[in-house]
Design a binder for this molecule. Structure first.
Ligand SMILES: Cc1cc2nc3c(=O)[nH]c(=O)nc-3n(C[C@H](O)[C@H](O)[C@H](O)COP(=O)(O)OP(=O)(O)OC[C@H]3O[C@@H](n4cnc5c(N)ncnc54)[C@H](O)[C@@H]3O)c2cc1C
Length: 520
């Protein structure tokens, strides 16, 4: 992926694009993969970096959603479990099976959750992961050496999927490009163009790097801007009724010692009825999440004080070592783009499923759903977009489409494993210059060669792109990421032909963003 080439392609279309997608999160990039793989001429525009929004801020689970089962939404869970299996098959370098234990502290909890989790396993059918079962107190302690032993009665084991959300997104963007799509980051859509009948026929956008403005025409425009979907809809009609009800979720990242094994903890009912996870992720412990209705949808949301307190308190009930504020290595928040189904603001009417909405202007908006179901959402969206735009009918092929980086032997690449099939090329950079293989900070495994690769092949344009989404340094340890920034800026400057002033500005800009990830 090369941004200069993409910019040239975006500026010189032969005619109108078949589909223009607005938004480079899981939903938009998923749509671009599907549309391009069907052979439709596809352009995707993202205002910041790919994955800057919610799609890099998830719990990193590829799952059916145990809580939706409890709500009786069996078909939603079945669909997601099927997608979980498809995603593991298509991106084995990034999706792996993760063992969970639900610890039980009352005699009835084991059998009660055991039945539900057995059903969860059965619903996954041929796409199943490992079997669910009740385990004794001793076995629970063996699998979760750091679980709070006081009053522990036993547990229930079940299996789900885990992934690296931003890495999968970058690999999906590469997949879309390989299928012929043109994708641009730092390209903000500023307006919608209409024909004399008021039907959307294109859009205006701005290259954030140069300030240049462009017009692009399309047979159909897909609005996949997640929490920002209503803002884009308002570009076509300022009076549209709102579709999105934003809800914030926060996570804390702690040292590995808080959950030292390979098994995750799932708490089905926190004190206020939510689900809470403690998960081993990239050698750290990830705990969360919350679900707090919010009015604003900033691009860089920060965890609220009460969210941090709640997560620390709840984690402290289940972990032997109680985490405190000064144990937090990084904290981050994301906004769920829940879609309102029907009228009114009643949260009970909020759909956890995805919604496709077509405005009178013909603007197609896809919102809601979850990361796990991005492929199925894209299939549904492109089917509808093709009908709307009268495109030649073509079958979806993504069910069996390998995602860029596909490798079944990724584990052999050690710290470069999550690059999958790209790892040997990164290794060649290190073979040519051993200094590029040294960690950029002793507390994280990331090296200079990965920053160079990010700029050369993955369209990383800034220090933040390299340290937050091409590597996950900022999400794992904000202080370490700040220490890495000057060297990352130096490496990027050499790749992107930037000067010393650019490096200084980049470090300052990164420190400003990273401040939101530091414990307060
Ligand atoms: C706390 C939390 C935990 C979650 N955990 C999980 C999980 O474990 N598993 C799971 O399956 N799902 C999970 N989800 C859900 C999942 O993360 C989201 O459903 C998904 O990431 C939404 O993707 P999206 O592309 O719709 O939105 P986003 O990722 O927000 O993408 C929208 C993009 O549109 C861009 N944009 C906005 N306006 C414009 C414009 N004018 N021009 C160009 N671009 C624009 C934004 O910059 C943004 O990048 C979680 C969600 C949250 C909040």
């Amino acid at each position: 992926m090369n941004r200069n080439d993409m910019l040239r392609q975006a500026g010189e279309p032969a005619g109108p694009w078949d589909i223009i997608v607005v938004g480079g999160g899981a939903t938009g990039v998923g749509v671009a993969v599907d549309a391009a793989a069907r052979g439709y001429a596809t352009l995707l525009l993202e205002q910041h970096d790919f994955g800057k929004g919610t799609s890099s801020r998830s719990t990193k689970l590829v799952h059916g959603g145990v809580r939706y089962l409890e709500q009786g939404n069996v078909s939603l869970v079945m669909e997601a479990l099927k997608e979980r299996g498809i995603l593991r098959r298509n991106a084995p370098h990034l999706v792996s099976e993760l063992e969970f234990v639900v610890p039980s502290y009352a005699w009835w909890e084991g059998p009660f959750y055991g039945i539900g989790l057995k059903l969860y396993q059965v619903l996954s059918g041929k796409y199943g992961f490992g079997p669910s079962r009740l385990i004794s107190r001793e076995e629970t302690l063996r699998r979760l050496p750091n679980v709070n032993p006081d009053g522990l009665a036993g547990g229930v084991v079940y299996y789900d999927g885990q992934f690296d959300d931003a890495r999968l997104l970058i690999n999906l963007a590469a997949t879309a490009a390989e299928q012929g799509a043109t994708l641009l980051n730092y390209a903000r859509v500023t307006g919608l163009l209409k024909d004399p009948d008021g039907i959307v026929k294109g859009l205006t956008w701005e290259d954030a790097e140069t300030g240049d403005s462009y017009e692009s025409h399309a047979k159909v425009v897909v609005n996949a801007t997640g929490p920002f979907a209503d803002t884009v809809r308002q570009l076509a009609d300022p009076d549209v009724e709102r579709l999105i009800v934003p809800s914030q979720g926060a996570h804390l990242v702690l040292d590995h010692s808080f959950l030292s094994g390979d098994t995750a903890i799932m708490v089905p009912h926190t004190s206020d009825g939510r689900v809470m996870f403690a998960i081993p992720w990239h050698g750290h412990t990830l705990v969360g999440t919350t679900d707090t209705p919010v009015g604003e949808t900033p691009l860089e949301p920060v965890p609220l004080d009460e969210e941090i307190e709640f997560i620390l308190e709840t984690a402290g009930l289940y972990l032997e070592k109680k985490p405190a504020r000064n144990d937090i290595l990084s904290q981050f928040a994301g906004i769920r783009p829940l879609a309102r189904s029907g009228r009114g603001s009643n949260t009970a009417a909020l759909s956890r499923d995805h919604t496709i909405h077509i405005d009178r202007s013909g603007l197609l908006t896809i919102a809601g759903g979850k990361w796990t179901t991005y492929r199925n959402m894209a299939e549904d969206c492109v089917n509808q977009a093709a009908t709307l735009a009268d495109l030649p009918e073509r079958q979806c092929v993504t069910r069996t489409l390998n995602i860029h980086g596909f490798s079944c032997i990724a584990a052999e690449f050690g710290p470069l494993a999550f690059h999958g099939a790209d790892a040997p090329a990164i290794r060649e950079l290190i073979d040519a210059d051993a200094a590029l293989g040294l960690p950029l900070d002793p507390e994280l495994p990331y090296c200079g060669a990965e920053v160079i690769w990010a700029a050369r092949e993955e369209m990383a344009r800034t220090v933040e792109d390299a340290l937050a989404r091409r590597t996950r340094a900022l999400f794992l340890n904000a202080r370490a990421a700040i220490r890495m920034a000057p060297r990352a800026a130096e490496l990027l400057a050499a790749e992107l032909s930037r000067d010393a002033a650019w490096q200084r500005d980049q470090v300052a800009a990164f420190e400003k963003v990273a401040a939101g990830y530091l414990p307060r």
